[in-house]
Design a protein around this ligand. Structure first.
Ligand SMILES: C[S@@+](CC[C@H](N)C(=O)[O-])C[C@H]1O[C@@H](n2cnc3c(N)ncnc32)[C@H](O)[C@@H]1O
Length: 241
């Protein structure tokens, strides 16, 4: 490294440490101004950073949906046909779709009079959904399901999300869902998985919610989405989790 760069780096580092020690609140203030939030109790990059990067790079590399191939019309045929009846069977009048992703398949679901709120941690996705699909019966909000306060609804749909979250963040989301006082949780579970493994948030692996460390009870309803992959959407009463 040229000596002038090395010297500049030293000066920058020294200035930074001087500011940090002289003004202890300055790092917090800097993060607030730049909109950089730290997940509670962690020093990892925040959710929004991880999933915004995935969205902006189209890392799940599907031509139809930025939410990945699990969100295409072809792969959501079973769930699109079953969801209205599933919600009706428990008398749901309100639905929090968290996360909603790019709303690619949900736009084709006939929800009737159900009040719909779609939530995602990626602000760009929510802005796009509002612009393309928002109306009085379809609202879209930016929320981190692991830490933000959630609305109280009859049913929370959390499809294809825990597969991307670490155990720690999945537990945080489940606790947060319970804290919302909502009634039912519909979530993806893979009956083919015999043992759950942890993953860094932003990665991917299948999860079976009936096995440790989640230990969900048998679901009150179960829709088979993909029999080859053993991918299902289970429904549970949140008070039983
Ligand atoms: C594979 S997509 C699934 C989207 C949708 N549920 C579907 O079935 O098409 C996963 C989505 O989860 C969102 N996500 C990940 N962690 C989140 C969090 N902590 N809070 C809110 N959204 C999150 C990502 O931004 C992404 O849009």
């Amino acid at each position: 490294m040229p000596i002038v760069d090395w010297y500049s780096m030293r000066m920058i580092e020294r200035t930074k440490s001087f500011i940090k020690s002289a003004f202890p609140g300055s790092v917090r203030m800097y993060r607030r101004v730049r909109g950089i939030r730290q997940a509670p109790g962690t020093r990892t990059p925040v959710m929004a950073d991880i999933f915004s990067r995935i969205y902006l790079n189209n890392s799940w590399a599907d031509a139809e949906s930025v939410s990945g191939r699990g969100s295409t019309l072809a792969r959501t045929d079973a769930i699109r046909r079953s969801l209205p009846a599933l919600l009706e069977s428990v008398g749901a009048r309100s639905l929090l779709d968290a996360p909603c992703g790019d709303f690619n398949w949900m736009r084709d679901v006939e929800l009737g009079a159900i009040e719909y709120v779609g939530a995602d941690v990626v602000p760009e996705l929510i802005a796009q959904n509002r612009h393309r699909h928002g109306d009085v019966s379809r609202r879209f909000v930016v929320l981190d399901i692991t830490s933000d306060q959630l609305p109280e609804v009859d049913a929370i749909l959390c499809r294809d999300c825990f597969i991307h979250l670490s155990f720690k963040h999945t537990h945080a989301a489940i606790s947060n869902f319970k804290r919302s006082n909502s009634k039912f949780l519909l979530a993806t579970t893979h009956t083919s998985v015999r043992e759950n493994s942890d993953v860094e948030t932003g990665g991917w692996r299948s999860v079976n919610l009936l096995l440790p460390p989640f230990n969900f009870p048998p679901p009150v309803r179960l829709v088979m989405e993909d029999s080859e992959a053993g991918k299902c959407l289970g429904m549970w009463r949140l008070e039983n989790l």
